[in-house]
Design a protein around this ligand. Structure first.
Ligand code: B12
Length: 280
């Protein structure tokens, strides 16, 4: 019976024209959420129509921003390679790469885009940044440094990676220590890199206990910078139990916290006013 079933399936597949097979697996649509498609049908609006105001209209900025928005790293790379011959690197970041990514960030904040679209756009933006880094000999201007890590014993790094994307898109230099990072390594990196803020992500109740230890050691060394803690295991009550701790509920808050830290707003004030400083 099973053999007859397989023979039938194979027969059907063998009889398919190549065009029919191609239609069944359309990789171009893999990252398009079904409800985005459904909303497009109902409202007649595409996601890009919702962020028109954020996108540049002049070339070559327009095409580069659109390629970032669509997560097309190859296209971004070739367009930026061409544009850098005539336009300064900073202008390309401010008028093309950043707006493309900001448009994706807006759709993510509004719950229209999800993780895959953000990650694809981030890769595309990074491809453009790599071209510019090379062209400027690594002297691309940054707003300041942020040290990021995932707690010791924890390998859940999606939230940290997402927050990193938003920081890079906003012009921050990220020192990414990765995941399962020992307490002392985080403290050492803060001493060495002198960032405006440090972040931690913990998804497990067993690993979030690293954060008070890090905070204590930073305070002992006089490194009183905001320590933004995110991850499913962490809540506001927890971060208020140790010095420096500030709640990171959503990844897109990260650049707003960094801006506040760079303005030398104290961690106590950021903790108190986080709803205003970095609304979710
Ligand atoms: C994906 C996943 C995995 C993946 C991780 C892949 C990866 N590279 O991250 C894999 C399969 C590897 C995995 C492994 C394990 N997992 Co797991 N996993 C999950 C799962 C399903 C989703 C977590 C996730 O990525 N969420 C999405 C991200 C984006 O969310 P997030 O990190 O919280 O980030 C958001 C915010 O917190 C915030 N944020 C985070 N960081 C930062 C930083 C800043 C600066 C800011 C501003 C904001 C911010 O922004 C994000 C939103 O915008 C959860 C269940 C769940 N539904 O949550 C379990 C879960 C976290 N896992 C769990 C467990 C137990 C494990 C394992 C121990 C299983 C095992 N027995 O082997 C191992 C862990 C091994 C280890 N040592 O870490 C438990 C933890 C229980 C607990 N409370 O302690 C959970 C809750 C499942 C469960 N219900 O039991 N897991």
């Amino acid at each position: 019976m099973r053999e007859v079933g397989w023979a039938m399936v194979e027969g059907i597949l063998a009889g398919m024209k190549p065009s029919v097979k191609e239609e069944r697996i359309d990789f171009g649509k893999i990252h398009t959420r079904w409800n985005v498609v459904e909303e497009e049908k109902k409202l007649g609006l595409k996601p890009e129509d919702l962020v028109k105001d954020l996108m540049p209209t002049a070339e070559p900025f327009k095409s580069i921003a659109e390629a970032v928005f669509k997560g097309d790293a190859t296209k971004v790379e070739s367009l930026v390679n061409e544009a850098i011959k005539k336009i300064p690197a900073k202008e390309l970041v401010d008028k093309a790469l950043a707006p493309g990514m900001q448009a994706v960030t807006k759709l993510y904040e509004d719950g229209i885009y999800y993780l895959p679209q953000v990650m694809l756009a981030a890769d595309a933006m990074q491809a453009g940044i790599n071209v510019l880094e090379k062209a400027t000999g690594g002297k691309l201007e940054k707003k300041g440094k942020v040290v990021m890590h995932v707690a010791e014993g924890d390998i859940h790094d999606l939230g940290k990676n997402l927050a990193k994307v938003f920081l890079i898109a906003d012009g921050w230099e990220v020192v990414d220590l990765g995941r399962d990072v020992p307490v002392d390594e985080v403290v050492k990196a803060v001493e060495e890199h002198k960032p405006v803020m440090v972040t931690g992500t913990a998804l497990m109740t067993t690993t979030m206990t690293a954060f008070p230890k890090i905070a204590q050691k930073l305070v002992e060394k006089g490194l009183n910078i905001p320590f933004v803690c995110g991850g499913g295991a962490v809540n506001e009550d927890f971060v208020q139990q140790f010095p420096l701790g500030i709640i990171g509920k959503k990844a897109h808050q990260a650049p707003k916290y960094a801006e506040a830290a760079a303005k030398k707003i104290s961690w106590e004030e950021i903790r108190r006013r986080w709803h205003e400083i970095a609304p979710v």
